[in-house]
Ligand binder design. Structure first.
Ligand SMILES: [Zn+2]
Ligand SMILES: [Zn+2]
Length: 446
């Protein structure tokens, strides 16, 4: 009877997360994500991922190289996705078809996956099984999958417990512990404690992206207060307000809507991705934004609305894409003069996000900010808290679930090794019960 954890993607880079758990002749895949820098580079070179096959995507490094399990593909019993971010779900519609197994995830995650596939003209051939957090499902003779409610920078995220006769593999990419998530469920600490007390947690794969940060990641409630402070504490009478944030951040968007209503402004969402993620959340009954928000998708709608806003700038609150200054995003196109709106002195622009620290984003954002600043607008940056836990969140997780072995996840060793300042204290020794995986590496546990 052997239990194995196999690193496929996300252990030599930040992105394309994919891990397999193998118990004898049964395998489950955990996450199946994109490596976004490769995709962005390809698309900026004029390519359209619609026309790429899984092989083509693999060649440019945009999806995980799953050849290590392809040879055993008939053993794969399920593909389980933790949450709706592209570095976890993006590749599932492309890679999934190689495996005769259902794709399992929470209702929101599955709805977003369907939407993304539809947008790319990819047909998902696997059975899609939406399962709510708190539920367990048997996927093979020996393996059960349990989804545990977890907080992150999107809703309906889950930690995944893989129950096998040799113990539990607990997968926590991505998580932070937030007891005031603003929207959605709190983390199911009780269940994690139960698992820990059972003594059955053999392996904990832990989101270690921010292991270098000696703190507890602040709650979403803090980001909400920061936003409130800017929206009510800086004089915006007579001026336009534009806000950007990550499009899948439903909690942040709900705070914006609430404050926009209090300011008596009509709330407008502009940009395809905002409409995509919000509509998916409405479809599964987690939000009801369209009651309060005018969601615009098409260029024609956006243009005519911007002309209206230009004449009555303090009657609206515009939530739009462009936090990363992506070339096709609304804010970028306004900055470039490609849309019919001109920022004026003292208009407000709130970046309720952080810049993803990769080259094109940093450069694009600097250009955009310079353009905007030259118009005399007021820029409010970093009105944001992260969705990834820091070292103190990780400490709580380890204390709760008491794993036999820890595998740092969500990055290469350069990023994740800071966990050692914690695990050393707790008695985990590198190479013994603290194990770094690589892509393509198999760890046999018994
Ligand atoms: Zn995430
Ligand atoms: Zn992630």
């Amino acid at each position: 009877m052997t239990l194995e954890v196999i690193g496929i993607g996300g252990y030599d880079e930040v992105g394309k997360n994919m891990t397999a758990v193998k118990y004898n002749d049964e395998i489950v895949i955990l996450d199946c994500g994109f490596y976004l820098p490769s995709l962005v580079e390809f698309q900026e070179g004029g390519g359209n991922k619609k026309y790429l096959t899984p092989k083509g995507l693999q060649k440019i490094g945009a999806i995980p190289d799953d050849s290590i399990i392809e040879a055993m593909k008939e053993k794969v019993k399920a593909i389980v996705v933790s949450h709706c971010h592209l570095d976890h779900v993006g590749a599932a519609p492309y890679i999934g078809e190689k495996y005769d197994a259902p794709i399992i995830g929470t209702p929101y995650t599955m709805e977003v996956m369907r939407t993304l596939a539809r947008d790319d003209d990819v047909k998902i051939k696997n059975k899609v099984l939406p399962i709510k957090t708190g539920k367990t499902i048997k996927v093979s003779d020996n393996i059960k999958i349990e989804l545990i409610a977890m907080t992150h920078s999107t809703i309906d995220a889950a930690s995944i417990a893989v129950h096998t006769p040799e113990g539990i593999v607990l997968y926590t990419n991505d998580f932070k512990f937030d007891n005031n998530p603003v929207l959605g469920k709190k983390p199911d600490l009780k269940r994690l404690e139960q698992l820990g007390n059972s003594g059955d947690v053999k392996v904990l794969i832990i989101d270690s992206l921010y292991s270098s940060k000696s703190m507890k990641t602040p709650s979403e409630k803090v980001a909400r207060e920061m936003l409130k402070d800017v929206m009510f504490g800086a004089d915006n009478k007579g001026h336009a307000i534009f806000i950007t944030c990550f499009a899948s951040h439903m909690a942040r968007l709900s705070s914006m809507i609430e404050f926009g209503k209090k300011l008596n402004r009509e709330i407008i969402f502009m940009g395809r991705s905002l409409s995509k993620y919000s509509k998916a959340a409405e479809k599964v009954g987690l939000v009801n934004f369209s009651k309060d928000v005018n969601v615009l998708t098409y260029s024609r709608q956006v243009k005519s609305m911007l002309k209206k806003i230009e004449k009555n700038r303090d009657k609206y609150l515009v939530v739009c894409t462009g936090g990363q200054a992506e070339p096709n995003a609304i804010l970028t196109r306004i900055g470039d003069g490609k849309l019919p709106f001109k920022f004026m002195h003292d208009d407000h622009i709130i970046f309720s996000s952080k810049t993803i620290p990769v080259e094109p984003n940093i450069e694009n954002r600097a250009v955009l900010e310079k353009q905007l600043a030259s118009k005399g607008v007021r820029i409010f940056k970093d009105i944001h808290v992260s969705g990834h836990g820091s070292i103190e969140d990780m400490r709580d997780m380890i204390d709760l679930v008491k794993p036999e072995i820890i595998i740092p996840g969500h990055g290469d060793k350069k990023i994740t090794h800071h966990i050692e300042k914690l695990t050393d204290l707790l008695g985990y020794k590198p190479g013994k019960n603290l194990i770094y995986l690589n892509n393509g590496k198999r760890l046999t546990l018994k």
